[in-house]
Design a protein around this ligand. Structure first.
Ligand code: 13P
Length: 250
């Protein structure tokens, strides 16, 4: 069975709750496309109003981060129960910005992924190489390591429902998109790695997104590649252009 495309916006640290409602109002009619799962990953404080605002639409709401403990003395963190109770269905785990600015590691990513599954939240697991790693030619090895650690102790059934986002760091927010061939090379390598760790059925089921300066102009070419099952979109997710990305096939 063909994998359904999944296009998610990562709003990052943008949009106050009232701005979020305005943006959702603008985007709602633009992102209707039954061929695609549409997700808005929004700041934690926006989740509750956003869930209310997308009722009776095809849009699901996700979080941008989550802690791996159930509850307790972790000032400032958001627990999995808080997300599910608020109505979040997805959570981005291990975005390169969290790794760079908030000291997240492959090990914390793995703990968060396991927690998300335990609570029935679909993780969008991020991986990707730096420009130096790309130039050194070690990017596939690096990403295989990130994936293998992220999926430690994750069952095949869980892995089947996971989403992986391949986001080359050099393409994030830079306007420099990976070419469709560059993105496909790594997404295919990720799928091969999942096949090695699990089996063919898991590799065929798991969805792999590309992220990094995806926009209305380049989405169709990227999404035409056999191993690219969607996008994780930053800047362009805050604009009406996001509707064009979601409707890349129309
Ligand atoms: P941009 O689309 O702004 O490059 O951001 C990509 C990203 O980091 C999505 O998570």
């Amino acid at each position: 069975m063909a994998r359904k495309k999944i296009i998610a916006g990562n709003w990052k640290m943008n949009m106050t709750p009232s701005q979020a409602l305005e943006l959702i109002d603008t985007l709602k009619p633009l992102v209707a496309n039954d061929d695609v799962d549409v997700v808005f990953c929004v700041p934690a404080i926006d989740i509750i109003p956003a869930v209310e605002a997308v009722k009776d639409t095809n849009i699901a709401i996700g979080a941008e981060n989550m802690y791996f403990e159930e509850k307790g003395a972790y000032t400032g963190e958001i627990s999995p129960d808080m997300l599910t109770d608020a109505g979040a269905k997805y959570v981005i785990i291990g975005h390169s910005e969290r790794r760079e600015y908030f000291a997240e590691t492959d090990e914390t990513v793995n703990k968060k992924v396991l927690k998300a599954f335990e609570h029935g939240i679909t993780p969008i697991i991020c991986c990707g190489e730096s420009l130096t790693q790309r130039k050194q030619g070690i990017y596939v090895d690096w990403i295989r390591m990130q994936i293998k650690i992220a999926f430690q102790n994750v069952t095949a059934d869980q892995a089947k429902s996971a989403v992986i986002a391949y986001e080359p760091i050099w393409a994030i927010g830079t306007g420099e998109t990976a070419t469709a061939d560059q993105a496909e090379e790594v997404c295919a390598a990720i799928r091969a790695c999942i096949k090695e760790v699990y089996d063919e059925a898991t590799a065929e089921a798991i969805r792999i997104q590309y992220g990094g300066s995806m926009n209305a102009g380049n989405a169709a070419e990227l999404l035409a590649k056999p191993d690219i099952d969607g996008g994780l979109v930053g800047g362009a997710a805050l604009k009406p252009d996001f509707g064009k990305i979601v409707n890349y096939n129309k």
